[in-house]
Design a binder for this molecule. Structure first.
Ligand SMILES: Nc1ncnc2c1ncn2[C@@H]1O[C@H](COP(=O)(O)OP(=O)(O)OP(=O)(O)O)[C@@H](O)[C@H]1O
Length: 915
């Protein structure tokens, strides 16, 4: 873009610069012309004298022949003038030359010929003025076109804003879906918990049943055993009885048989007697048997019959006794058989019940194992939920008692496996004095540095995937913050803290991935002491920007080896401010921040990612009154308290989704801004001194940590996520700014055209000098600077979003295309080239400018020193880049490779240390 004022390019001596319309003399004016930034070299630039009017016309034009220098004055040749009037040479002549012609004529006529203008010269003058007017109107036409193009583009951006807003509302729908999912997860979780309760109840019931069954089994067993014993005894008894009875019966049978035999023998004997008697009777008959003998025989017969009958009766009774005994024996056998069967049945029943019990016991065992699985699952779900919510992770670490501290009492009552911490109030022993806290993890005093790091390793590594991560250690002085973050003085590799391990790990992982992704790892170390930010690596006091939003320009060092890491850390630590307070000898009263910037380029897809890791060792959080300090120490403590409460305010306003987050309230929050917002993953180490003397400090630390652990920042996002709405919104914001700035610029140009040009002409015609000249010069400078800045800035922002075909970069590209097309008319309109284009090669599109600034006359030194100009441009560039810091990450601005760590080591020896 150019206007007639463009030609006033340089000022002469600063305070009273002159317009090319009103030079005091031709010599002076011609002397001024070469200074013009818009003067272009002639094709045969070796020959012409810049002071010659002819040189002001382009080669191929013949208008310069109309003038001839004669003893320092111009002569207008009649023939040449008419030739000029006839031809269309004037149309092709650059405006500068036309103005020179006018000035030449005016000089010639006013100074030499007392104002008399010959007819021909006057008509030439008129024609030249007409030509200039024509160009001005073309220019204004051009401006109008551009204005309408800008408006069209604004409408386009408005529609795009709407699209993006729709996109953003789409995101809120997604959020709703996520919330619904969360609710579902919660319901599932509560169901699981109910199930768990049911299972627990089942378990208790089963255990009770088990006990009951066991008891029953025991009683039954005992009963069985007694029955068995009784039965066996009975059996034995019966067997012995049977044996005895059988023996008795057998004896009786034998006896009876004997008796029968006896009876038979007696009978036979009796029969023999009877026969004998009969023989004797016969003999009595023969020999007169006596009566006595007969009666005796009868008696004996009767006796034997009686005996016979008694014997047969006895035999009968024995027989019935034997059959009865036999029946009893049979019954007994039957009984014993049925008892045996009964016992077998009972045994079967018990075996079945035992196996059922065994199965139930197995089930119970499974349920118990499942219960642990469910617990682990629950924990996993809880962590996933936390991740989804983007909660700040809070890890609590309890410091061990130090050697030489004596047998102190601890306030830590219990540390659970799942992040539970129970603290006991020493003044209230018993249940009332117990207070339970719950964090993501609690480390006992026995935990090692390696254990602590292994838990945060995934978080640290996510930096290599383009996440912003912030890890900070919070706690009172001497609670172990530095130990956790850095390690003890002169730490061995085993004692390395998070800083060393994180850097080393990132460096190592980046090495293993180097065939796929080319990573650059850079480190900055700063310290905030009394609200002043200091660069710990260069030792030079870093300047914080006035807007205070960005990371200070601390020197960044690339890390390419483990030894680099060690050297950088040791330099940083040496420079860190330490001194003593009443509480701790080696107490640091400054916040130290190690920032690791990672830039990765995917070698296959070419996409880029940026991540950064802030490792913050905060100053002690104890209250001022406990430190028993005054003077400087009191000031330090007040600064620490202020910045820590600012950190709390930021965290809690993020948690409450407040529209304003007070990042600017302290340097600490300003520095951590990029890692405390919704996109970052944040972890807090809460350090605890277990000594009972620190109970109240520990409690306030834990209460703060408890509040922090409930803070939801929203799910973290990787810089790889090209379609990130936030990025787009930021881009949109910056584009809106650009449009606003352009509007301002157009307005400013309109003003310059509408107001100043007629004034200048008027003044010119009145023969007055024009001070606006300098103002125009200034504004031109700012346009040019801004244009240059914008080119740099656009290059930078393109660099920062080289992530494939992100919508943001496509907008950027479109925007650039449009800018080109806007400038196209002037590119085509070669006739107006000398007005529009500042130089032959550099027809730079006007892209951006600051809002109109109050115009101050520029001193010759300011304008003539390119270094100063460069500095001004650089300052403005960094200001605007910082104002739009959301658009490009600090890392995206490219790593300022200040040198290798070993160079740094050398230079740091001479560098200014802060102590
Ligand atoms: N887990 C630990 N194991 C062994 N020693 C520890 C542990 N934590 C801290 N210490 C020791 O306790 C002392 C105080 O720790 P440290 O200096 O890290 O505290 P701090 O909170 O950083 O204090 P300050 O606020 O002053 O910086 C040191 O001597 C340190 O070595």
């Amino acid at each position: 873009m150019n206007s007639l004022t463009d030609q006033s390019g340089s000022s002469h001596g600063g305070s009273t610069p002159r317009s090319p319309f009103s030079p005091s003399s031709a010599h002076e004016r011609h002397k001024g012309l070469p200074d013009s930034r818009f003067q272009r070299p002639l094709p045969n630039s070796s020959a012409p004298d810049p002071s010659s009017p002819g040189s002001m016309l382009h080669g191929g034009h013949k208008s310069h022949e109309a003038f001839q220098m004669k003893q320092g004055r111009f002569d207008l040749q009649a023939a040449k003038i008419s030739e000029l009037m006839k031809s269309n040479n004037l149309d092709n002549a650059p405006t500068q030359s036309l103005l020179s012609i006018v000035n030449g004529i005016l000089d010639e006529t006013i100074e030499r010929k007392n104002g008399e203008i010959p007819q021909r010269v006057a008509s030439l003058l008129r024609k030249v003025v007409q030509e200039i007017e024509r160009r001005i109107s073309t220019q204004s036409e051009h401006l109008r076109t551009q204005n309408s193009v800008f408006k069209a583009r604004e409408e386009k951006y408005q529609s795009r804003i709407k699209v993006l807003e729709t996109l953003a509302s789409g995101t809120s729908e997604e959020n709703e879906i996520a919330t619904r999912q969360l609710r579902r997860i919660k319901t599932e979780k509560s169901k699981l918990e109910e199930k768990k309760k049911d299972k627990e109840e089942d378990m208790v019931r089963l255990e009770k049943e088990n006990g009951h069954y066991n008891l029953e089994i025991f009683t039954l067993r005992r009963e069985l055993e007694t029955t068995k014993k009784a039965y066996e005894q009975q059996c034995l008894q019966m067997e012995s009885q049977t044996k005895v009875a059988t023996a008795g019966i057998e004896d009786r049978v034998k006896e009876l048989e004997q008796m029968r035999e006896d009876a038979t023998t007696a009978k036979t004997a009796l029969e023999e007697r009877v026969r004998e008697l009969e023989e004797m009777g016969k003999e009595a008959n023969v020999v007169k048997m006596t009566l006595e003998e007969k009666s005796k025989a009868k008696e004996m017969e009767e006796k034997s019959e009686l005996k016979n009958r008694s014997w047969s009766q006895k035999e009968l009774s024995y027989r019935s006794f034997i059959s009865f005994q036999f029946k009893a024996l049979q019954e007994l056998r039957f009984c014993s058989k049925s008892i045996k069967e009964e016992i077998l049945k009972v045994q079967d029943k018990y075996t079945a019940e035992f196996s059922q019990l065994g199965r139930k016991l197995l089930e119970l065992g499974d349920a118990a194992a499942n219960y642990h699985e469910v617990l682990t699952e629950n924990q996993k779900l809880f962590n996933e939920l936390q991740e989804l919510k983007g909660n700040i992770r809070v890890y609590c670490r309890v410091r061990p008692f130090l050697r030489g501290q004596g047998a102190s009492k601890t306030v830590v009552e219990n540390i659970g496996d799942h992040g539970e911490l129970v603290v006991l109030n020493p003044t209230k022993p018993g249940k009332d004095g117990l207070r339970k806290f719950r964090f993501n993890k609690v480390y006992s005093p026995a935990s090692t540095q390696a254990e602590v790091f292994s838990d945060i390793k995934p978080l640290v590594r996510s930096v290599l995937d383009g996440y912003n991560v912030c890890i900070f250690a919070y706690g009172q002085t001497g609670s172990g913050k530095t130990y956790t973050m850095t390690g003890p003085d002169g730490a061995s590799e085993e004692e390395w803290g998070v800083n060393y391990r994180a850097l080393n790990d990132l460096f190592k992982i980046s090495q293993t991935r180097k065939s796929n992704i080319a990573y650059e790892v850079g480190v900055q170390m700063v310290e905030i002491y009394n609200e002043q930010v200091r660069d710990l690596l260069s030792g030079i006091l870093s300047t914080t920007q006035q807007n205070g939003l960005a990371v200070p320009d601390a020197s960044m060092y690339p890390v390419t080896s483990t030894s680099d890491v060690l050297e950088l850390m040791s330099i940083g630590l040496q420079n860190r401010a330490v001194s003593s307070t009443a509480l701790n000898e080696r107490s640091s009263r400054s916040h130290s921040i190690v920032t690791v910037h990672v830039r990765g380029k995917d070698l296959k897809t070419g996409s880029a990612l940026y991540g950064n890791l802030h490792l913050v060792d905060l100053a002690g959080s104890e209250r001022v009154d406990r430190s028993e300090v005054t003077g400087d120490r009191l000031k330090e403590a007040q600064h620490i308290n202020k910045s820590l409460s600012a950190l709390g305010d930021v965290i809690f306003s993020l948690a409450s989704k407040s529209s304003h987050v007070p990042y600017r309230n302290s340097k600490l929050t300003q520095l951590l801004q990029s890692s405390l917002g919704g996109r970052a993953k944040t972890l807090m180490f809460v350090q605890l001194n277990p000594d009972i003397t620190s109970y109240s400090e520990s409690m306030s630390t834990l209460k703060f940590a408890e509040r922090v652990s409930g803070v939801e920042l929203g799910a973290a996002k990787s810089s790889k996520d090209g379609r990130d709405v936030r990025d787009l919104m930021e881009q949109l914001g910056s584009l809106k700014d650009t449009i606003a700035r352009k509007d301002d610029e157009i307005e400013r140009l309109h003003l310059l055209k509408d107001i100043n040009y007629p004034q200048r002409l008027q003044r010119k015609s009145l023969g007055q000098s024009d001070d606006f000249n300098s103002e125009a010069g200034d504004s031109q400078l700012s346009i040019e600077d801004d244009s240059r800045f914008q080119q740099d800035y656009t290059r930078q922002s393109r660099h920062s979003v080289t992530d494939g075909e992100t919508l943001a970069s496509s907008i950027d590209a479109e925007y650039d295309d449009e800018t080109e097309s806007i400038d196209a008319p002037s590119a085509e309109g070669r006739k107006t080239e000398s007005i529009d284009a500042p130089s032959a090669e550099g027809r730079k599109p006007l892209k951006i400018s600051d809002k109109p600034k109050p115009v101050t006359p520029r001193s010759s030194t300011t304008t003539s020193r390119p270094l100063d100009k460069l500095k001004q441009v650089a300052t403005r560039t960094s200001n605007i880049a910082k104002a739009t810091s959301g658009l490009s990450s600090p890392s995206s601005q490219g790593m300022k490779k200040t040198g290798s760590a070993s160079n740094l080591l050398k230079s740091s020896k001479d560098s200014k240390r802060w102590s």
